[in-house]
Ligand binder design. Structure first.
Ligand SMILES: [Zn+2]
Length: 301
């Protein structure tokens, strides 16, 4: 574990903290087959060298923080993929690969964020969330494995459901590591920005999760074109460290569709707007790769 003081120091100097881009969709770009039930989970077993290479490329591009490839390693996802027995090993290995990448190529401090996603890959997520009797303990187990393997912070990605999201945040906070909250939203036909589950507004979701003790909050896995409005909603309700890592393209399980993915130049222009609105942390989600992060590094420095 490294000290995260460099992150707060950067923010105090009014510099932007740069996150990496997507891990899962970048693996797909490099030809790693995606699992039909648990998306990028198996890459840890089938293509560890490519997972490590993706982390290395983000560090070389200038990322201050890289994210473990554990988005799809929540216990409820692995159970559906028949990989439950690998829960401990895959989660620990996801952090080990990020640590190896850091040791090999980092010349500056780089933090490792352990990713935990209280979401599902099911058309009707309510059928696939962990049962309420087990959810807290499953998220807690994953958080502890990631922490013990060497994650410097935990990031709860794709907060789309208030109940599952708050259980995951509460479990992660128990490890004592800083916990970052990643809210995902999309636009209703009526125009309103909703949490991804479409039942609560983004504003309601942020209000509900804020008391659980996160260290930073971000808009993530949200269309790039919606991110500025979403970030304004976040900024009105979250006064601590905050930021954006948006996506571009769309998901047809188990593959991200890259046609029409935003160019690095256009993404950097969008990011400058988020910075002007007060974002401290910027990165990229699905569809956003090392070329986008490299240009962000240039533009934001
Ligand atoms: Zn995403």
């Amino acid at each position: 574990m490294i000290s995260l003081n460099f992150i707060d120091e950067k923010i105090a100097r009014q510099q932007i903290v740069l996150l990496d881009g997507a891990t899962g969709t970048e693996l797909e770009q490099r030809g790693v087959p995606m699992n039909s039930a648990a998306w990028s989970a198996e890459a840890i077993l089938t293509a560890p060298e490519i997972v490590q290479a993706v982390h290395e490329d983000y560090i070389r591009a200038g990322a201050d923080i890289i994210t473990s490839n554990s988005f799809s390693l929540a216990k409820h996802m692995l159970i559906r993929a028949g990989l439950e027995a690998e829960f401990q090993r895959l989660n620990a290995a996801s952090v080990t690969l990020a640590l190896k990448a850091r040791e090999k190529v980092a010349n500056n401090p780089v933090a490792i964020a352990g990713s935990i996603a209280p979401t599902t890959f099911c058309a009707d997520p309510r059928k696939c969330y962990p049962p309420l009797s087990d959810a807290f303990s499953w998220y807690e187990q994953q958080a502890l494995i990631l922490a013990e393997a060497g994650a410097d912070l935990l990031i709860i990605e794709m907060i789309e459901d208030i109940t599952q999201g708050s259980l995951a945040v509460e479990a992660a906070v128990k490890t004592g590591l800083p916990v970052w909250l990643g809210f995902s939203c999309r636009r209703k036909a009526s125009g309103e920005l909703m949490l991804w589950e479409f039942e609560h507004t983004l504003a309601e979701g942020i209000k509900a999760l804020a008391p659980f003790g996160g260290d930073a909050a971000l808009i993530m896995h949200t269309e790039t074109r919606d991110a500025a409005e979403a970030f304004a909603i976040l900024s009105a309700r979250w006064h601590g460290k905050r930021g954006v890592y948006a996506h571009s393209g769309r998901f047809i399980m188990p593959n991200w569709q890259f046609s029409n993915v935003i160019s690095p130049e256009a993404y950097a222009r969008a990011a400058m707007q988020w910075v002007e609105m007060g974002a401290h942390i910027i990165g990229g989600c699905c569809g956003i790769g090392p070329a986008h992060i490299r240009l962000l590094k240039e533009v934001l420095s």
